[in-house]
Design a protein around this ligand. Sequence first.
Ligand code: NAD
Ligand code: TYD
Length: 335
Amino acid sequence: MKTILVTGGAGFIGSNFIKYIIDKDVNIINLDKLTYAGNLSNLKDIEESTNYKFIQGDICSKDLVSFILQEYNIDYIVNFAAESHVDRSILDSTPFYQTNVIGTLNLMDCARNAGIERFLQVSTDEVYGSLGTEGKFNEETPLAPNSPYSASKAAADQAVIAYNHTFGLPAIITRCSNNYGPYQFPEKLIPLVISNALADKSIPVYGTGENVRDWIYVEDHCIGIYSALMNGSLGEVYNIGGESEVSNIDLVKNILQLLEKSDSLISFVKDRPGHDLRYAIDISKVNNELNWSPNHQFKDGLEKTINWYLTNSDWLLSIINGDYKDYYKQQYSNR
Ligand code: NAD
Ligand code: TYD
């Protein structure tokens, strides 16, 4: 039975990942600093499981990470822990480089010392930069990040590749497109639109709303990560995508329609500086080598997600009524 250290397991994707693997034959240690994005209530229904343990702490701490690797005989590390929101990286990039780069380096140094079997770095398609209207990212696409967030993730990816090459660190990288689904913090587009629409608040669409994202239902991403962790080849990169390209404006209108709200809530606001036009992933490699493809069509995933937010309004309200208010004011009041 393998013991997996999941970092950032109280965040959106990490908590979905833990719920996905909790019934498998694994032990799980969840190390999370509990920043504004970390929320232990995401894990309420599994927190008593005998194969699960939560530890609050920072992936940048050498003492803590070394202790955990030894004390719990960790076999695999899956690194979700990150600062993950592009807009926040434009307001202040320092924590992004601290956690996403220095934190990843620290995990890898500790992993080398402990001799762990596998290190999976959860990365993003944003490291490839922006596409024009044609083409898709594959694993050979050169890294060309544009935002402070994506540059920090690309720096971490390069460090993982260097550690694999130089020290033989048994590492794998997955790069995924935009996720959506239960427990996503409402600063990201889909939950923000759902949350504002339910409150009849205006919905800020950056620029003209023509930007395109390739949306993936979070559970499909988790299945892809688990598959890469268990069956992926060491030293390889695997792109994971939803095969669901949608422009922001179409997406917003789609959500409003499903919630039976008027398009008049839409407000076109000042564009994000350096806003990437389009992301799209070629999934041939994961499909051929790991037999993975997304299970959800965008339409079904979106309906499931909206229903989840409707039945979990307490979860949403507890965030919206907390510190999130200050961020929202800072981000949108002068736009
Ligand atoms: P999130 O912001 O919801 O969660 C991040 C988690 O990391 C939080 O629980 C936070 O408390 C924790 N954390 C932050 N700094 C930490 C530190 N120094 N030490 C320990 N824990 C720390 O992010 P997410 O959307 O769940 O993304 C998870 C990972 O997946 C990130 O690495 C992100 O780059 C990547 N990713 C996200 C998407 C997406 O669409 N959300 C797409 C592709 C890749
Ligand atoms: P986001 O969820 O922040 O993901 P990312 O920037 O990592 O792709 O944003 C998704 C898209 O939605 C992106 O093109 C920016 C846009 N967007 C808006 O138009 N308005 C908003 O209020 C937010 C948060 C995002």
